[in-house]
Design a protein around this ligand. Structure first.
Ligand SMILES: NC(=O)c1ccc[n+]([C@@H]2O[C@H](COP(=O)([O-])OP(=O)(O)OC[C@H]3O[C@@H](n4cnc5c(N)ncnc54)[C@H](O)[C@@H]3O)[C@@H](O)[C@H]2O)c1
Length: 438
């Protein structure tokens, strides 16, 4: 960074959500309004609740991040977005059944005022969904043009200074990186020719970046994780990040796996299974969408444990992940993990985890932080892949020369050190700890 950024932003920050009627999006929007009105606390949000140490330990400076880092104020956020359903956000909150009526009553009029724009959607990419609130166009390039117009219209009608787009849409089918994703020229040609490997999520991302708007990918879809989009993001000087919010079972994995490795304990197997009854669970019941999620969930352990360096400990790990659609549980996911580890002289041990979580309650604060930090990144002149935001993702994006960081606590240090650098403070290197001891 050339210079520090300490000035609070002025004007409105437009937050455009793809999948604005979904469980995560509506919980994010409702929670933000509730916090704004003093009706709820932003629990789980680093940007709103966490402190960070500045200087040496004996200086005793632990300010709230939001007091020292110039992120946008929640009161300056304006919400909008797209979905294949056209209910207003209050109705969508009720359909999602995440939040109770008592928590919606005080913010009802604000939620009723938000209605999604027509989506770019194609059933071939999300087989379990269908909707009428959908754009039509001659080809994918034309659909991207329509999204660009939506963005411009939203910007001017809401008098936004800056915008961020976040994908909270459904998980699309698995698409491996192919020729059409390799560079911008191939991508643009593919959009004109309706190439089947270009999914709707990519169309939104292409449009947003061309409009100079940062793009966050909360699902495991390929979307912005391809060389063609890295090229575009660099050209347009726009930050991008993803992919797949790290919320429940994978968050636990990225805490437990580093623990085994730090203590040189071996791992022979990790079986993870989930029951989930919301629309996301229904979408993931389709093998195509599940494959996208599975790839995202599986990559974590291997990258953390580095079996190539520790073949005796991690050379033969049996790792399996299952997601079962079970409607009675709705958004309240239950995730079980059975972990087979081994210790001194090879003796086996087991760990069982049963996490009764609430998917959207865990994801909503991540959306808020990502929106605020990505907007900050753009104001700092950062562009391309924002690896300092790896903390929030199951499959942190990285280019082909970089190894991703999965360990939650290293990711947290990376995040806070970047924030320290942005405001002109020294990053923590922990070397001063010994000097301070005693
Ligand atoms: N909740 C979590 O803990 C968590 C964690 C990681 C990732 N995710 C991902 O976040 C996404 C949202 O999860 P959710 O529980 O809100 O799902 P959801 O099914 O409730 O919401 C998804 C919304 O996206 C809409 N949609 C689908 N395709 C679209 C398109 N092309 N354009 C516009 N809208 C579209 C759907 O109509 C729906 O309203 C999913 O991909 C999920 O896998 C969630």
């Amino acid at each position: 960074m050339d210079q520090k950024v300490t000035k609070k932003p002025e004007g409105k920050l437009g937050v455009l959500i793809v999948g604005a009627s979904g469980a995560v999006a509506t919980t994010f929007i409702a929670g933000t309004y509730a916090v704004r009105k003093g009706l709820a606390k932003p629990i789980g949000s680093i940007s709103q609740m966490a402190t960070m140490r500045l200087g040496k330990r004996n200086e005793n400076r632990f300010p709230l991040i939001k007091d020292v880092v110039p992120i946008a104020d929640l009161n300056d956020i304006v919400f909008g977005g797209w979905d294949i359903r056209d209910e207003n956000v209050y109705e969508s909150c009720r359909i999602a059944e995440v939040l109770e009526e008592k928590d919606l009553a005080g913010i009802r009029s604000e939620l009723e005022a938000i209605r999604p724009m027509k989506a770019v959607f194609d059933r071939n990419y999300v087989k379990r969904l269908d909707g009428q609130w959908v754009k039509t166009g001659d080809n994918k390039m034309n659909l991207a043009e329509q999204v660009r117009q939506d963005i411009r219209k939203f910007r001017s009608e809401n008098k936004c200074d800056r915008l961020v787009v976040i994908w909270c849409g459904s998980t699309e089918i698995y698409i491996p990186v192919g020729e059409v994703h390799q560079n911008l020229a191939a991508l643009q040609q593919g959009l004109k020719e309706n190439h089947p490997d270009l999914a709707p999520s990519l169309i939104y991302a292409y449009a947003a970046i061309l409009e100079g708007v940062p793009f966050i990918n909360g699902a495991p879809n390929l979307t912005v994780d391809i060389p063609a989009i890295w090229e575009l993001a660099k050209e347009c000087k726009v930050p991008i990040c993803g992919k797949d919010f790290k919320t429940g079972q994978t968050m636990l994995k990225t805490v437990l796996a580093p623990m085994f490795k730090t203590r040189m304990l071996g791992l022979s197997g990790w079986f993870s299974t989930n029951i989930l009854g919301n629309r996301d669970g229904e979408v993931l019941d389709d093998p195509g969408s599940f494959k996208t999620k599975e790839e995202s969930k599986l990559s974590v352990i291997e990258t953390i444990l580095q079996p190539e360096l520790y073949p005796e400990l991690y050379g033969e790990v049996f790792h399996k992940v299952r997601i079962n659609y079970y409607p009675p549980r709705k958004d309240n996911k239950e995730g079980w993990d059975n972990i087979d580890i081994f210790g001194w002289m090879g003796y086996p041990m087991q760990i069982k985890v049963d996490f009764l979580c609430r998917d959207s309650i865990l994801a909503a604060p991540l959306c808020l932080d990502l929106v605020l930090f990505t907007d900050l990144a753009q104001r700092c002149g950062f562009y391309g892949i924002q690896s300092w935001l790896s903390f929030y993702f199951k499959s942190p994006m990285h280019d082909y020369n970089t190894v991703p960081e999965h360990d939650l606590f290293i990711q947290s240090v990376k995040l806070k050190n970047t924030l320290r650098t942005i405001i002109g403070e020294n990053p923590l290197d922990f070397l001063d700890e010994t000097a301070d001891a005693g």
